[in-house]
Design a binder for this molecule. Structure first.
Ligand SMILES: NC(=O)c1ccc[n+]([C@@H]2O[C@H](COP(=O)([O-])OP(=O)(O)OC[C@H]3O[C@@H](n4cnc5c(N)ncnc54)[C@H](OP(=O)(O)O)[C@@H]3O)[C@@H](O)[C@H]2O)c1
Length: 315
């Protein structure tokens, strides 16, 4: 099969398409013939060698995808050959991958494989930020600071399903149209006065922050009393204003999906499955690239204006 292989950390050019042996599922694993893979900012940071956790070289990137199960290892129950699935936790920039059976989930028939590849990572991150970190309640005002990307789109859909009042930001007109299509008010990232005015001046109960280094300094002034800024994304050091937090009794909290306990992981997966099944969660694909153009996909995820998830077609 063909797979992207990285032999040295570096620029997009280190993503090389190679012929490798088909992986074989061991006990408790399944093999998925992949149709699409999700591309995330973390994939870019790992490839560049700047992420907090790095794999051993050589490696195949990716951690989210969708396809059809074509082999099942010993002791696997509940997953069958022929199942359409979305998955996390396996190298997905490839035509096939093996993964623990517990990491594959049924892909509803009305969703494409590209949409399936947009689920893993994004919805779990958004759910964790909204429900497990910020504790958003129905009727709360929530700012998704970076609403046009993969996590932002998932967050806006989860907030709408939860009955929260959401504002999402995007750089481009197309990004703001995409935010509005998720049922949220849409504004530019740095429209500070308008962002506060959108709450009638009361401020946000929660801010899901995708770009901490650009925004945390001013986020405090957008918060309602006892509000929370959730640090979802950051790529550099950030400054904050302690006085803005003190006078509101507010806080800034970090999060990482790898911190989820097994029980929390199960709760997140059940919520996502329910939302996908009843149609309240509709994964959005912004841009799609062939597997051979993984380098272009990395450039798009790092520099482009977003309107959904960047995916690779792996078949
Ligand atoms: N903590 C965790 O466990 C976890 C898990 C997953 C992802 N993340 C991080 O979360 C962030 C979002 O991930 P993603 O998959 O949604 O990435 P993505 O699809 O590339 O989206 C990035 C988002 O950031 C927005 N953005 C760009 N400049 C901004 C600014 N100055 N202020 C506010 N937003 C800005 C983009 O908007 P425009 O394109 O419209 O400018 C877009 O909405 C990334 O930093 C990622 O590494 C963290």
């Amino acid at each position: 099969m063909r797979a992207i292989c990285v032999h040295a950390f570096g620029g997009p050019e280190v993503l090389r398409l190679e012929e490798v042996a088909d992986p074989r599922p061991g006990p408790g694993q399944v093999r998925v013939r992949l149709q699409a893979a999700g591309v995330s900012p973390a994939d870019v940071e790992v490839r560049a060698g700047t992420f907090v956790r790095l794999p051993q070289l050589p490696y195949t990137p990716g951690s989210a995808g969708a396809g059809v199960v074509d082999a099942v290892g010993e002791g696997v129950a509940g997953v069958r050959v022929g199942d359409r699935v979305w998955l996390t936790g396996a190298p997905t920039y490839a035509e096939a991958c093996v993964v623990a059976a517990g990491r594959v989930h049924p892909l509803p028939a009305r969703l494409s494989f590209a949409q399936g590849a947009a689920i893993g990572g994004s919805y779990a991150t958004a759910y964790q930020a909204i429900h497990l970190v910020a504790g958003v309640r129905p009727g709360d005002h929530v700012l998704v600071h970076g609403g046009s990307g993969a996590v932002g789109t998932a967050a806006l859909q989860l907030l709408a399903a939860h009955g929260a009042i959401a504002v999402g930001t995007a750089a481009s007109e197309a990004g703001r149209a995409h935010v509005a299509a998720q049922g949220a008010a849409a504004l530019p990232h740095d429209a500070w006065d308008d962002l506060l005015a959108a709450t009638g001046g009361r401020g946000y109960d929660a801010i899901l922050e995708m770009r901490a280094e650009d925004n945390v300094l001013r986020d405090g002034a957008l918060l309602a009393p006892r509000g929370t800024v959730v640090l979802v994304g950051a790529h550099a050091e950030a400054r904050f204003n302690p006085l803005e937090l003190m006078v509101r009794g507010a806080c800034i909290r970090g999060m990482a999906t790898f911190l989820l306990t097994a029980d929390e992981q199960r709760r997140v997966e059940l919520a996502i499955a329910a939302g996908l099944a009843d149609g309240r969660l509709v994964p959005a694909v912004g841009q799609s690239f062939p597997l051979a153009e993984a380098a272009s996909a990395h450039q798009a995820v790092w520099t482009g204006a977003k309107a959904g998830k960047v995916v690779l077609q792996t078949a």
